[in-house]
Design a binder for this molecule. Structure first.
Ligand code: BEZ
Length: 394
């Protein structure tokens, strides 16, 4: 029977509270020597839903193994980043230097990721990014002890530029929150759209995490582009898609995006999301046995449907399980652990993937459309797309 103990402690000043949830199903020896997993996710703010899904997926992967790996218990130390980049160095340092975490899982926000990477560089903990797409994380700032189970900004937006042109759109307005990931997404879209022959006639940047979109939508209505390409996620995506419909743009100017626009949000977006087309490395309806069993188990555990963020958290958990199993439970030799991680093939609900030399997934990108509240697959947009890892010296 599982032995579960919950210790909550305030380890840092101000609002940071850490909850250590130690779970074990094994012996006294395993209890005394747990594998420490720091978790840095947004549990509040506009990305709170993404953080919760990621944590759920991570825990699901460990639960499947009875919360033990190679006979060792797993201890989670959870920190709320609030998606605030300024907090990243302090929280990372507390997990790495004070708690001596073997792994640090996080974050969701690219700005937080860059702060974490700078702090974890050269340290004895391994960082697994379960979402943030900042190109530099597996590009110019790539590190031996940093892996990503999600995507680069480039991977999720580059394919849509060509798709949009092939759909017949020649003049497009692009829009996103004004921070690293959003700007990189618009850049990647523009790279393939302009190469195909299209023109981005206006780029709009909204301060993060603002969700007042009316003035931007009024301007789009007056510009009358062939289509609009955006990056928004979480609460911002829900608000944007609903506002786009409420302002009468849906049905007149097609709405395109990187897939975050309709991930984990379609229930809240309702009919406003129907027909929205996006590109992403996952779709709810992917016809893969592993996806079906994962989604069924997730719904049983958490009482709601899984989304991409849950998949990426689950794969971060699988990466830990598979790597520590391969080293027979040895987490002290980090070089050996990193070597194993780089060689693994992850049996993901998105389809099996392996890592590039820069430690980013090489994966298939799908063109998707929301039909009856589900992200369905229209077609494969790019099979086995590898991020160019610009500037990575690994
Ligand atoms: C990012 O900041 O990298 C990000 C946030 C939400 C969804 C996708 C990417």
């Amino acid at each position: 029977m599982n032995n579960k103990k919950k210790i909550c402690q305030s380890v840092l000043p101000a609002t940071i509270a850490a909850c250590m949830i130690a779970m074990s199903s094994g012996s006294m020896a395993a209890d005394s020597d747990p594998i420490k997993v720091g978790v840095m996710l947004p549990f509040s703010g506009v990305y709170a839903g993404l953080g919760e899904s990621t944590r759920n997926g991570l825990k699901q992967a460990l639960k499947e193994k009875g919360n033990t790996i190679a006979g060792r218990a797993v201890e989670f130390i959870e920190m709320d980043t609030e998606a605030k980049p300024a907090r990243a160095p302090e929280i990372t340092s507390s997990l790495v230097d004070n708690q001596k975490a073997d792994f640090v899982i996080g974050p969701v926000h690219s700005g937080v990721a860059m702060g974490m990477i700078k702090t974890i560089k050269g340290k004895d903990s391994i960082m697994i990014i379960p979402n943030a797409g900042a190109n530099a994380a597996t590009g110019a700032f790539c590190q031996p002890n940093v892996f990503r189970t999600s995507f680069s900004s480039w991977q999720t937006a580059f394919p849509m530029g060509k798709e949009a042109y092939d759909m017949g759109y020649k003049k497009i307005v692009t829009m996103s929150w004004n921070y690293g990931f959003g700007k990189e997404s618009l850049e990647a879209f523009n790279e393939s759209f302009s190469k195909a022959g299209g023109e981005v006639i206006k780029e709009m940047l909204v301060p993060f995490p603002k969700t007042e979109f009316q003035s931007y939508l009024t301007e789009i209505a007056s510009i009358k582009p062939d289509a609009v390409f955006v990056f928004f996620a979480g609460g911002g995506a829900v608000k944007f898609v609903k506002d786009y419909d409420a302002m009468g743009l849906k049905g007149k100017i097609p709405l395109l995006g990187s897939g975050f626009l309709t991930e984990g949000t379609t229930t809240a977006q309702g009919p406003a999301a129907e027909g929205v087309m996006t590109t992403l490395h996952y779709a709810d309806a992917l016809d893969i046995p592993k996806n079906k069993s994962f989604r069924q188990d997730y719904e049983t555990l958490y009482g709601k449907p899984a989304d991409l963020f849950a998949v990426q958290g689950y794969d971060a958990g699988q990466l830990i399980v598979d790597a520590v199993t391969a080293t027979n439970g040895n987490t002290a030799d980090k070089a050996a652990l990193i070597q194993q991680m780089g060689k693994l093939e992850i049996d993901s609900p998105r389809g099996a993937f392996h890592f590039s030399k820069a430690h980013n997934p090489i994966q298939t990108i799908y063109l998707r459309k929301v039909v009856d509240g589900q992200n369905t697959v229209v077609k494969t947009s790019y099979a086995g797309l590898e991020d160019p890892a610009r500037g990575c010296k690994l």
